[in-house]
Design a protein around this ligand. Structure first.
Ligand code: BGC
Length: 353
């Protein structure tokens, strides 16, 4: 237990529902095995997207990849290892370098470890980009498509500080100690609670293994009877904390803030065990990854980055903050855009304050 942070609450987070630029969460079903799917288009362009784990969050990315492949008439291949697995990501990169594909979009679980193989791909004339989690500085990745993780973590931290009225003890579960999205969300969270009396326990790493994540959450709750908050950094962390909090009969005593908007998280919000979630726009990450690699191949780097609105090598896909108070608005936004979701707020009303 280290990295306690104490100070005074100086500001309250204002929860708001951001407006998504395009497709947000569509929900999928987790599987036990790694996935690899192909969508065939008519041309010779072949675009590979490599994820980090098998989870509905990644199924939403895969749906974006497939939709872009269909819309643009290009072949897409999506692969995700079962859980955080740097060796599997490197091996998959090697496989597709050997096939001389058009482009590879990768979410590096360990950006340092992935960089050499990304460099090898770029050296072979393959367009390399990153999605969901950024690469190292000076990477060969031509663009990062995803969330501004520091800013999103800061929103989560401010939200937690508001829920705890400025003081309390918070446990953090995350799936990686190397992926930059996890590290930057943690840093952002710390910035969000800065100036408050909120204390943070050292984050625990479960490598996106749900069984380990549950064990860790249970043990934090058991060893810190005064725990008043939990922050789930990855999509699967929040629902696992929700289970642990329910099992400990601590709903309402331990406030829970998480990331993403898969159905288990939305159900947790409806149930009242999850106080807020920072929803990413992962469908867009998948769609835009295919779109930009196709443009890179057709028009070259400058035109492609310009057309896609990249700024300083980043396409920020944005987030939506969902609480019980904004859930119906979020659902209405999805419905307005025709984005399917397998949950509904019908018959549910947010609790009155
Ligand atoms: C993260 C991904 C992670 C996913 C599933 C998301 O919040 O952006 O990197 O793989 O959660 O846990």
């Amino acid at each position: 237990m280290r990295n306690y942070l104490r100070a005074e609450l100086i500001c309250l987070a204002v929860l708001c529902l951001g407006v998504a630029a395009c497709g947000a969460a569509e929900l999928g079903t987790p599987a036990d095995e790694p996935t690899e799917t192909r969508a065939l288009g008519p041309g010779s362009t072949k675009i590979v997207v490599i994820g980090k784990s098998v989870h509905p969050y990644w199924s939403n990315i895969e749906k974006g990849v497939e939709a872009a492949g269909r819309d643009l008439g290009v072949e897409t291949i999506f692969f995700s290892p079962a859980k955080e697995d740097v060796a599997a990501q490197i091996q998959t990169m090697e496989t597709y370098i050997a096939q001389n594909v058009t482009g590879i979009a990768v979410a590096p679980s360990d950006p340092q470890a992935l960089e050499p193989v990304m460099r090898k791909a770029a050296g072979a004339g393959i367009f390399v980009i990153t999605l969901d989690t950024p690469p190292v500085e000076d990477s060969v990745s031509l663009v990062y498509i995803g969330t501004n993780n520091f800013a999103a973590g800061e929103i989560a931290g401010k939200t937690m500080a508001r829920l705890l009225a400025g003081s309390g003890k918070v446990g953090i579960g995350r799936g990686s100690d190397t992926a930059l999205n996890a590290l930057q969300r943690t840093e952002g969270f710390m910035a969000g609670i800065a100036g408050t009396d909120v204390q943070v326990l050292a984050p625990v790493n479960d490598k996106e293994d749900p069984a380990i994540a549950l064990q860790l959450a249970n043990s934090i709750i058991a060893s810190h009877p005064d725990l008043s908050g939990a922050f789930g950094i990855y999509a699967y962390n929040g629902p696992i904390w929700a289970t642990a909090i329910k099992e400990a009969d601590a709903v309402g005593r331990i406030h829970l803030v998480c990331f993403d908007a898969t159905s288990d998280i939305i159900n947790g919000i409806k149930e009242g065990v999850i106080d807020a979630t920072v929803a990413q726009r992962e469908y867009d990450m998948g769609y835009k990854s295919v779109q930009i690699i196709n443009l890179l191949a057709e028009k070259g780097e400058e035109a492609a980055l310009d057309e896609m609105g990249a700024q300083d090598g980043v396409i920020d896909t944005g987030v939506d903050v969902i609480t019980p108070a904004t859930l119906k608005k979020y659902e209405a936004m999805l419905d307005r855009r025709g984005i399917p979701h397998d949950w509904s707020t019908e018959g549910w009303e947010p609790p009155s304050r």
